[in-house]
Design a protein around this ligand. Structure first.
Ligand code: T3D
Length: 264
C-alpha cells in the first residue's frame, strides 16, 4: 500500500510497518497519525496478515508528537485533550485490539508517545543501542498514549514514577532487566529476531493467539473469579477451532502442525 509517512510491506503473512520520517526521528505529524491508524485498519481486514512488525526508519524509532506542529505563537493554545481524543487514544485502542501478535522492533530512541506505542505492542524487542524516554515532563506534559497505565504495570510504582518524573533515557538493556520489554538484542540482529518471531506467529494458531491476547488484556482489570470464567469461555472458543484439532493431531502423529490462519 502506498503511504507518504510510513512503509507498509507484506511478506509471508507478516506486515512490516516502518515509521518513515527519519529526519524527525519518525515523530508523528497529522499525516503519519492518520496513516498508521489506516494501516492497522487495513491489516485487521486483510486475512493474509497474521503478525505485524512495527519499526522505524533511520536512527530513531519514534520521537512522539512532532513538536514543530506545536509551537505556539500569539494565538490561543492548542487543546491537547482533543489531540489525544482524536488520535493517540484511538491509535492505542486500535493497536491493542488487533487479533494477532504485534512486535515492536525498536531500532533507536523511542520517546514520548513513540515509547508508549512501542510498549503497547505484544512483544517489544529493542536494539541494544535503543533508548526509551518518557520525554513528556521535559516539556511540561503528562505521559500519554496509556503511559501512566502501562508503566506501573510493567515496572512497578517506584520505577514508573522515576521514569515519568525524571524523563531520563532508559537503555534497552535496563529496560529488559526491569521487565519493560521482552529483550534487547545486538543492533544488527534486531530485524532478524523480530522476523523470526513473526514467522512463528504467522505459522501459528492465529485465532488461539488472539484469544491469549484477549485473556491477558482482560486480566489487567479482572479478579480471579472473573478471569477463571473468561478462561472457560475463551478455552471453549479455542477448543472449537480447527487449529486446535490440527494441533492435537500433529502432536499425536509426531509432525509439525499445519495451522490454517485467521479462518482456523
Ligand atoms: O501534542 C499533542 O498532541 C499531545 C501529545 C503528545 C505526545 C508526545 O509524544 S509529547 C512528547 C514529544 N516528544 C518529545 O518531547 C521528544 C523530543 N525529542 C527529544 O527529546 C530528542 O530529540 C530525543 C531524546 C528523542 C533524541 O535525542 P537525540 O539527541 O538523539 O536527537 P536530536 O538531535 O534531539 O533529534 C534529531 C532531529 O530530530 C532533530 O532535528 P535536526 O536538528 O536534526 O533538524 C530534532 O529536532 C528532531 N526531533 C526529535 N524529536 C522531535 C524532532 N522534531 C520534531 N518533533 C520531535 N518530537
Amino acid at each position: 500500500m502506498a503511504y507518504e509517512t510510513i512503509k507498509y510491506e507484506v511478506a509471508e503473512q507478516i506486515l512490516t510497518i516502518t515509521l518513515n520520517r527519519p529526519d524527525q526521528l519518525n515523530a508523528f505529524n497529522g499525516t503519519m497519525q492518520q496513516e498508521l491508524i489506516d494501516a492497522f485498519d487495513a491489516a485487521d481486514k486483510d486475512d493474509d496478515v497474521r503478525a505485524i512488525i512495527v519499526t522505524g526508519a533511520g536512527r530513531g524509532f519514534c520521537a512522539g508528537q512532532d513538536l514543530s506542529d506545536r509551537v505556539t505563537g500569539s494565538g490561543p493554545p492548542r487543546d491537547l485533550g482533543r489531540s489525544l481524543e482524536n488520535f493517540y487514544n484511538p491509535l492505542v485502542r486500535r493497536l491493542r485490539a488487533l487479533p494477532f501478535p504485534v512486535v515492536a522492533a525498536v531500532n533507536g530512541t523511542a520517546a514520548g508517545a513513540g515509547a508508549n506505542i512501542a510498549l503497547h505492542c505484544d512483544i517489544v524487542v529493542a536494539a541494544r543501542s535503543a533508548k526509551f524516554v518518557q520525554a513528556f515532563a521535559k516539556i511540561g506534559l503528562v505521559p500519554d498514549s496509556g503511559g501512566t497505565w502501562l508503566l506501573p504495570r510493567l515496572v512497578g510504582a517506584a520505577r514508573a514514577r522515576g521514569l515519568a518524573l525524571l524523563a531520563e533515557p532508559l537503555s534497552a538493556e535496563t529496560a529488559q532487566e526491569w521487565g519493560l520489554i521482552w529483550k534487547a538484542v545486538d543492533d544488527d540482529r534486531l530485524i532478524a529476531e523480530a522476523e523470526a518471531m513473526c514467522l512463528q506467529f504467522a505459522k501459528g494458531p492465529t485465532i488461539g493467539l488472539g484469544l491469549i491476547k484477549r485473556a491477558l488484556d482482560a486480566a489487567e482489570q479482572n479478579g480471579l473469579d472473573r478471569q477463571l470464567d473468561l478462561e472457560r469461555d475463551l478455552q471453549r472458543e479455542a477448543g472449537f477451532t480447527s487449529d486446535y484439532a490440527e494441533g492435537v493431531r500433529a502432536f499425536m502423529e509426531k509432525r509439525a502442525p499445519d495451522f490454517s490462519g485467521r479462518g482456523g
